[in-house]
Design a binder for this molecule. Structure first.
Ligand code: OSB
Ligand code: MG
Length: 358
């Protein structure tokens, strides 16, 4: 496919409310968008790197730099010669794939092997200043129809919020927690205190490079362990499954280098009877559209962090994703199936950079 050039666009999206995790607080989403321009079609990719390297080693300025300096000039050759930078690679791969699919009229969902027209919506609930505030937030999400709640936890905000949510909303609420690597193996007895609450899973309790310790922890707690930060690739997923480090995998296409690698992890996990679900990185409608397509593959047997646009944004870049009966519809149009609204896009754009390729 001939590519005329690539635009790197930075947009600043205010968040409706601060989102607190064990690694920091976000008040706005600083997004890098990649737009691939070809004679036949344009394609979009959203880079999910955060402003600071706290979730993983990538950060948004670094992603822009590696794209302009190494990845974009090497397009058409093997990008695997450049180590790491999977979020940057994912954004570029998605934009190129989107352009190709738009040119041929095929949806991303169809291309990936989606088998459902809609996916269930879970929501990730940040760490709050108080339990009453948390209960209000959860009540609001349940009223909107979310089918699964994930609570962000950290030392000092774990058993008490889980107990409070269980007491208020009952045993039947699908509930899980995400520690973003905030604990160590010596916390195993404390984490076993979560076993009484019937959680679907505990996500990434220990450090990203601690597969062996996750396997040890799995022997000391009954709650299933799910990995997020530890799984960079299908090879890491295979190692984690072999070691018994997790029994569930959170698949984030950005974290693993794109939708093709995400599908490989899905296929691998499915073959081993390991459940997967689609994570999120507070995407705008551009990234959300592609995630929803992926989440419609048959191995995604747990609800994902595939929330509606209004979870984070008063105004999304695209037509908003809205819950219907607790689900989001998989876009059916060519490519990712959504386009940025020109007025919104120009309103939130901070900078653009054109990299010609001809
Ligand atoms: O660990 O899943 C995570 C957001 C940013 C970085 C890491 C994570 C998250 C979330 C929110 O939990 C997921 C979403 O709603 O997009
Ligand atoms: Mg996580």
């Amino acid at each position: 496919m001939k590519i005329d050039g690539i635009e790197l666009r930075r947009v600043a999206m205010p968040l409706k409310a601060p989102f607190r995790t064990s690694f920091g607080v976000a008040t706005s989403r600083d997004v890098l968008l990649v737009r691939v321009v070809t004679p036949d079609a344009e394609g979009w990719g959203e880079c999910v790197a955060l402003p600071e390297p706290r979730y993983n080693a990538e950060y948004v300025d670094g992603a822009a730099e590696v794209l302009r300096r190494f990845l974009i000039p090497a397009l058409g050759r093997d990008l695997a010669v450049f180590k790491g930078h999977r979020m940057a690679k994912a954004a570029l791969e998605t934009a190129v794939l989107d352009a190709r699919l738009r040119a041929s009229g095929e949806s991303l969902g169809h291309f990936l092997g989606a088998e459902r027209a809609r996916v269930p919506s879970g929501v990730s609930v940040g760490i709050m200043d108080s339990i009453p505030e948390l209960l209000d937030a959860v009540e609001g999400y349940l009223a909107e129809g979310y089918v699964r709640i994930k609570l962000k936890i950290e030392p000092g905000w774990d058993v008490a919020p889980v107990r409070a949510v269980r007491e208020r909303f009952g045993e039947d609420l699908p509930l899980q927690v995400d520690a973003n690597a905030a604990y160590s193996l010596s916390d195993a007895p404390h984490l076993a205190g979560l076993d009484d609450f019937g959680l679907l899973l505990i996500e990434q309790p220990l450090a990203d490079d601690d597969l062996v310790q996750h396997a040890r922890l799995a022997g000391r707690v009954r709650t299933p362990i799910c990995l997020d930060e530890s799984i960079d690739s299908a090879a890491h997923a295979a190692a984690a499954i072999t070691l018994g480090a997790c029994s569930i995998v959170n698949i984030k296409p950005g974290r693993v280098g794109g939708y093709l690698e995400a599908r490989r992890i899905h296929d691998l996990c499915r073959a081993h009877g390991v459940a997967v679900w689609c994570g999120g990185m507070m995407e705008t409608g551009i990234g959300r559209a592609a995630n929803v397509a992926l989440a419609a593959l048959p191995g995604f047997t747990l609800p994902g962090d595939t929330s509606g646009s209004s979870r984070y944004f008063a105004t999304d870049l695209t037509a908003p994703f809205e819950l219907a009966d607790g689900h989001l519809a998989v876009p059916a149009g060519p490519g990712i199936g959504v386009d940025p609204e020109p007025d919104v896009l120009s309103e939130v754009t901070v900078s653009t950079e054109w990299i010609p390729l001809t």
